[in-house]
Design a binder for this molecule. Structure first.
Ligand code: GDP
Ligand code: MG
Length: 420
């Protein structure tokens, strides 16, 4: 944390252990603590409870609530953060009984997004997601939220503070939604030329903190924020990258994915994740040194499924191998996931090898395809000749019939061109 940052807020973390069909689900308070740190809070105490189901009015049991309240006084805590989602009623009751701000995981994640949003679109998305989240939490509680003062959970993107009056929220949501539409139209216009250059797009995906931005910067020489803070990159960044065979591709750095990201959040950040959806090849970066690397991978693959991007070709990368002593850990992480590479984005180890693997993955997508290009077919035909190996070319009354061996990515792009 920088010297100029205000003193961190003091947070107490609360997690519940659930008995589910698959056994006991332990809360990951280490991750919650890292998230809290990203938001500017330091963890002063952790509380866990094992329960069969949440208490409808206070989530944890009465005894635990008293314990938390005592800890809040003892540790002079500013806020209490729950690892799960709280209902508006639970949050309200807890807040009354522990006498300090109570946040759930969603509110914490939203707060981090709010601080990290940089582009206009990201800011609009975050504010909308925050207001949608806030609405039900305001039910019948009048000015309670406004009495809470500033701090984590009350901040909006940029300079603004979160609006806490329901009528004004509705009004504000309508305005934001219009603005967002306009910004999106603008972005569509910007995207077009890139598609026309028709170079393959590679997207770095992966759990937050896996090392995507470090790798992005290493490969492209671009200055993106690399910080040991979760969610550092909220807006995707795109750079041109030349592979060893001189093929040019676009590489995009994306926002980190995270476990238990509420569904409506995935929806609202769809546009932010769109680079991954639009990509021709995904590079999935794993933090091989993280004890939960497998769980993190599963979380990322789940989000990709929700975005319907799970069918895309993917290169799996075990990163941070400089921090892994046992080779077997890396081998196990990569087993069954081909093509793959084991690298250190920080030291630069095996980056050449990664580029070779990426090159091969792109080349492996060569397929034999047939195209029919209605007249005038100049551009598509020129591209087919440039990028593929022509096997057959027949001029017919209304267009050209071509059979060619061509990279799947290019085949797709040419088909798009034909359809336009
Ligand atoms: P992102 O959230 O996936 O973009 O992750 P970042 O690139 O911001 O990296 C998160 C943290 O991991 C930073 O502190 C990086 O310096 C560190 N990091 C990234 N790659 C490596 C690596 O190969 N080895 C080690 N030891 N640390 C790394
Ligand atoms: Mg990043």
């Amino acid at each position: 944390m920088k010297k100029s940052d205000p003193a961190p807020e003091r947070a107490i973390l609360v997690g519940a252990e659930w008995e589910s069909r698959n056994g006991v689900v332990a809360p990951d308070l280490d991750e919650l603590s890292a998230l809290a740190e990203s938001a500017g809070a330091m963890t002063v105490a952790r509380v866990t409870q094992r329960r069969e189901r949440p208490d409808p009015s206070t989530f944890v049991g009465q005894g635990k609530v008293q314990e938390i309240a005592a800890l809040v006084r003892e540790e002079e805590a500013d806020l209490v953060i729950f690892d799960d989602e709280l209902t508006p009623a639970q949050q309200r009751n807890l807040q009354e009984q522990v006498g300090q701000r109570v946040l759930d995981r969603t509110a914490l994640i939203l707060d981090i997004f709010a601080q990290r949003a940089r582009t206009k679109e990201a800011k609009l998305q975050v504010e909308m997601a925050q207001l949608h989240y806030l609405m039900p939490h305001l039910m019948g509680q009048g000015t309670q939220l406004s009495r809470l003062g500033g701090g984590i959970g009350t901040r909006g993107p940029g300079e603004t503070r979160l609006e806490t009056d329901r009528r004004r929220i509705r009004h504000r949501l309508a305005i934001l939604s219009r603005e967002l539409q306009e910004v999106r139209r603008g972005r569509e216009l910007q995207r077009r030329p890139r598609q026309q250059w028709a170079r393959p797009v590679l997207a770095l995906v992966g759990y937050t903190n896996a090392g995507k931005s470090t790798l992005f910067r290493r490969l492209t020489g671009a200055e993106v924020d690399v910080e040991n803070k979760l969610f550092c990159t909220l807006d995707p960044t795109i750079r041109l990258l030349t592979l060893p065979n001189h093929q040019e591709v676009f590489l995009s750095d994306t926002v980190g994915f995270i476990r238990k990201l509420p569904h409506h959040l995935v929806e609202s950040f769809r546009a932010t994740l769109e680079e991954a959806v639009q990509a021709d090849l995904l590079i999935h970066v794993l933090d091989a040194s993280h004890p939960q690397a497998e769980t993190q991978r599963a979380a990322v693959l789940q989000v990709l499924r929700e975005l319907k991007a799970d069918g895309k070709p993917m290169v799996t990368v075990a990163n941070k191998v400089d921090r892994v002593e046992n080779e077997f850990t890396i081998a196990r992480l990569l087993a069954g996931y081909a093509p793959h590479a084991a690298i250190s984005a920080l030291s630069g180890k095996n980056l050449e090898q990664l580029l070779t693997v990426v090159m091969e993955a792109l080349a492996a997508q060569v397929e034999r395809s047939a195209f029919f290009l209605p007249f005038p077919a100049n551009r598509a035909l020129a591209l087919l000749h440039e990028k593929g190996r022509i096997l057959k070319e027949e001029y017919r009354p209304d267009g050209v019939y071509v059979e060619a061996e061509i990279d799947r990515v290019w085949a797709g792009k040419i088909r798009k061109l034909i359809d336009e």
